[in-house]
Design a protein around this ligand. Structure first.
Ligand code: MSP
Length: 490
């Protein structure tokens, strides 16, 4: 059985992990958890991108050898993923010996197959992007991303025959409409490829911190060419050898990336795979960017959001919830403490937290903690089953915000039901009706806790426990006291 393969980009180790990195990784984790809970076998890979002149420069600036620097920052990333409960299957580093070896072998093969050739390059280069630009792409002579002057660079370099793949790529996009996702981002790529592709430079003589070309050690391999290959090397690809793990994993099902690195993943990467005669990923999905209080996040502005701080203040699940509830996955959004606090108090503490604690308290008070058997069919349960179908479809389409909207609509239906049907009155007038009402409520909350699982695994587990799933009575649950799921914030 083929595994469902999900990737995140490999994060550069020249800065500490922040909310932008956490975003892509938590998204991958939500999808992976959802699929695993549906009994799918998943391979979820993330990791770090460790070569290139930027990283070398940063390390030396701190008086540290690049490898040691990369070791430290890779550890920071892994620690953060632990804090954020990221349940990945593989963490790959581009300095891993197995990756380095495969990249070198692949490069030699591409030279041999004339997919890569030696030539001379003259162009405008942004050292922060590690990318060459056309004159027309620059804004007033500056790199459009970093707003830095692009330097004129002339060097001997190896080129990858990207131009050869213009038509095959267009053909692939046409025949695989789900590949460029979300659909509203497809146009940008189509226009770019239709505009004509040029061969790209894929080696550097001026960058020492990189993977050497075995047959021409004066060159190191362009950091992007090296890093993109992680998606196959991490899945077990071995040039010339059959590898069972790779056969069970590749092609990737979903590759998640930020919008600024979409071209690399939607154009260069598939062309590299074509050159290697390998199948292409099924979907490359680009999400938007977070600003903070309306401003671009940057070191100089000092407004970089560290996910650890958010977790310390609000807890992990509120963070995992907020980033997907606040913005449709795909679009840009703004991170603000006000909005986070507002959603925390109203949607988590009030809507979900109250519904949960008042229901369990009523079960304890009125029904001596007796929990329900599966209730018979009812309009409410039918409604909930329909919601479930919608949520499944949303998550499979990476519409995480829309899935959360549906869950919160269901929470609000249940809260309204408690308000209008007044179980505390039923307790006096009709104990049988009260019992079936509360049992139905518990059943619905059990469903909600299962829907929340991919987004908020800890909250789901807490709910799961107090809703006494697998236990006959709530009183059999330890600890017996129900703490609020989300204590209100002042
Ligand atoms: N190393 C390359 C990727 C190589 S993949 C073969 C790289 N690394 S990165 O560390 O700069 O960024 C990686 C991811 O972080 C991207 O998906 C990017 O979109 C995400 N984010 C970085 N800042 C972000 C925001 N402010 N908002 C949302 N995501 C952003 O690019």
């Amino acid at each position: 059985m083929k595994k469902y393969y999900i990737t995140t980009p490999l994060y550069y180790v020249n800065s500490k992990p922040h909310i932008g990195h956490a975003y892509t990784t938590i998204a991958a984790d939500v999808l992976a958890r959802y699929l695993r809970s549906r009994e799918k076998e998943v391979f979820f890979q993330t990791g770090t991108d460790e070569h290139g002149s930027n990283i070398e420069k940063t390390a030396r600036l701190h008086g540290i050898e690049p490898q040691k620097w990369a070791d430290d920052v890779a550890r920071d990333f892994r620690n953060l993923w632990k804090t954020l409960h990221i349940d990945y299957d593989n963490f790959i580093r581009t300095t891993d010996a197995a990756h380095v070896k495969q990249v070198q072998l692949i490069f030699e093969k591409l030279i041999k197959d004339d997919e890569v050739y030696k030539g001379k390059y003259e162009g405008l280069y942004c050292s922060s992007c590690e990318n060459f630009f056309d004159e027309s792409e620059l804004v007033e002579g500056k790199c459009p991303v970093h707003k830095k002057n692009a330097e004129k660079v002339r060097e001997e370099t190896y080129f990858f025959r990207l131009s050869k793949y213009e038509k095959p790529l267009l053909e692939y996009y046409k025949n695989n409409p789900g590949f460029l996702s979300p659909a509203y981002r497809a146009n940008e790529i189509l226009r770019f490829v239709e505009g004509g592709l040029k061969d790209i430079s894929v080696s550097r003589t001026r960058v020492a911190w990189g993977i050497q070309i075995s047959s021409d050690p004066a060159h190191t391999i362009y950091v992007w060419f090296d890093a993109l290959l992680n998606y196959i090397t991490g899945a077990g690809f071995e040039l010339g050898n059959k590898n069972e793990k790779f056969d069970k994993t590749w092609p990737a099902d979903v590759q998640l990336v930020g919008k600024e690195i979409y071209r690399f993943h939607a154009v260069i990467w598939p062309a590299m795979l074509m050159a290697l005669g390998l199948p292409l990923p099924k979907k490359v999905y680009a999400h938007g960017w977070w600003t903070v209080d309306g401003e671009k996040m940057s070191k100089s502005r000092g407004n970089i959001v560290n996910p650890e701080d958010v977790v310390r203040e609000y807890g992990l699940d509120p963070l995992r919830y907020f980033i997907f509830r606040e913005v449709p996955f795909g679009q840009d959004g703004d991170f603000s403490n006000n909005s986070l606090k507002q959603r925390y108090n109203s949607e988590l503490a009030n809507d979900l937290g109250n519904l949960f604690s008042r229901t369990v308290n009523m079960i304890n008070k009125y029904l001596d903690s007796e929990m329900p058997e599966k209730p018979g069919p009812s309009p409410l349960l039918e409604e909930m089953n329909a919601v479930q179908k919608g949520i499944d479809a949303d998550i499979e389409n990476l519409q995480f915000g829309s899935a959360l909207d549906k869950i919160w609509k269901a929470v609000s239906v249940l809260n309204k039901k408690v308000d209008t049907e007044k179980p505390w009155v039923m307790a006096k007038t009709d104990p049988e009706k009260l019992k079936s009402f509360l049992h139905e409520m518990v059943w619905c909350l059990r469903l909600i806790s299962s829907w929340l699982y991919p987004f908020m695994p800890d909250t789901s587990a807490k709910m799961h426990m107090h809703l006494a799933i697998g236990k006959p009575r709530a009183a059999d649950v330890e600890p017996k006291k129900i703490e609020p799921l989300f204590p209100r914030k002042q």
